[in-house]
Design a protein around this ligand. Structure first.
Ligand SMILES: [Mn+2]
Length: 424
């Protein structure tokens, strides 16, 4: 479809245009005392995992309008992430969802992934829906359920997910619980949380020594009165009680409107309890829109705290993942844009003049502090991100390459127009 040679040839064609953008930017940054080379090195190695469920077209409660050529199997999902990684050199891992992506032959799947330069990031369990062969129902919860049989089943499922992950070389389990209630009185809050903690402890005890469990939180949906793990505080409480291998996972869409997510990031990192990220953007709720498509400044402020935390705390290494689902755009085009947006925000956070910011904070110079942050945010770093991408073998303009090479048309020719990605 598209080869490394195509990409290198196209990059060579764009070289003069690229240099015209890069040189003045690098000069300006150098004048500001920024070590451009060290920023580039950080960008070079920054990799973001792609979730298997983002490769097909999502829907709403009302309809689904597929793009065509969606991956029909785990193998094809891996091929799509491989294609993405070929284009952007920044998505070297896939995050699987069990049972949607159970490998029939783990060794063969691992080999296929590795042939595309891909690793397996966190594996995700699913107790938010009943599978056709289910012995019990999760209608009224899973890890929090009042019936021990249901809890046991949900715990066993999570342990199985860990085992699948071990076979693939993954190192983390993400638990997103759809447990909650939609009406007052439906659940005893305290008992539901206690049962959840006990269930999580059993899962935690099944983790290999070098694994971690990432505990997601969400204030509402699918239930609209209470969620058992509604916020970062509850996630942090659970992660703390479970042990060192348990960490909180921040999904950007899992907050009430106007929540100060950057402050949550700072607090969790101070506590060495931030495990990872699910990147997306939101206008109203868990909209799962493209990263930074709605609130780019907030996204930059989040990365500003992440960079500060990575430099100044002992927080463990983070799992960077996208969690998005799109019903309008070509899923691969959307992922190209999402990863680009993440790298732009990271680059902008890396060029923040931290010494000047510290000085302004120490002097209570509010205006100066704002200037420092906005100076970084208003710098167009796209040439820097492109430079790093090309150094790593990626395309000058991945979206352009995807379109120019008519990749979606080829995927449709190969897989068909009416395919539905497994799990969607
Ligand atoms: Mn998520």
């Amino acid at each position: 479809m598209i080869t490394k040679d195509n990409i290198l040839q196209n990059n060579a064609d764009q070289k003069a245009k690229h240099q015209k953008r890069l040189t003045p930017l690098a000069d300006t940054l150098s004048d500001q005392g920024i070590d451009v080379e060290s920023v580039l090195k950080k960008l070079d190695t920054f990799q973001i995992a792609v979730p298997s469920w983002a490769l097909g077209t999502g829907g709403t409660r009302f309809a689904r309008f597929p793009e065509g050529g969606e991956p029909r199997s785990l193998e094809e999902k891996i091929e799509d992430v491989g294609l993405l990684h070929l284009l952007n050199a920044s998505s070297n891992a896939i995050s699987l969802h069990i049972p949607w992506d159970i490998p029939k032959d783990a060794t063969a799947i691992k080999q296929l992934a590795s042939s595309h330069g891909l690793l397996f990031d966190a594996v995700n369990s699913n107790t938010f829906q009943d599978q056709p062969d289910a012995k019990v129902s999760y209608k009224f919860g899973s890890l929090c359920h009042v019936d021990k049989h249901v809890r046991d089943e949900a715990v066993a499922h999570n342990k199985e997910v860990i085992d699948h992950g071990v076979a693939l070389g993954s190192k983390a389990l993400t638990v997103w619980l759809a447990d909650g209630s939609s009406f007052p009185g439906q659940l005893n809050f305290r008992e539901a949380l206690q049962r959840t903690q006990d269930s999580l402890q059993q899962i935690y005890d099944h983790l290999p020594a070098d694994w971690k469990v990432l505990v997601e939180y969400k204030p509402y949906e699918p239930y609209f009165y209470s969620m058992v793990i509604p916020d970062w505080g509850t996630s942090h409480l659970l992660a703390s009680s479970l042990g060192e291998k348990a960490l909180s996972l921040v999904d950007l869409g899992h907050h009430l409107p106007n929540t100060n997510i950057e402050q949550i990031v700072a607090i969790l990192m101070m506590q060495k309890k931030l495990g990872g990220f699910h990147f997306n953007d939101s206008k109203y709720g868990d909209d799962d829109l493209t990263v930074a498509s709605i609130k780019p400044y907030q996204f930059f402020l989040i990365f500003n705290e992440l960079v500060d935390g990575m430099q100044n705390t002992k927080n463990p290494e983070l799992s960077w993942m996208i969690d998005a689902s799109h019903n309008l755009k070509d899923p691969i085009e959307d992922l190209i844009q999402a990863i680009e947006a993440i790298k732009i925000a990271y680059a902008q956070a890396l060029i923040v003049d931290r010494a000047a910011l510290k000085k302004a904070q120490t002097a209570n110079d509010v205006s100066a502090a704002q200037e420092v942050l906005q100076n970084a945010f208003r710098t167009d770093v796209r040439a820097l991100v492109a430079e790093s991408r090309m150094r790593m073998g990626g395309a000058y303009d991945p979206l352009h390459s995807f379109r120019e090479n008519q990749i979606r048309r080829q995927l449709i020719a190969k897989r068909g127009l009416k395919t539905v990605a497994t799990g969607l």
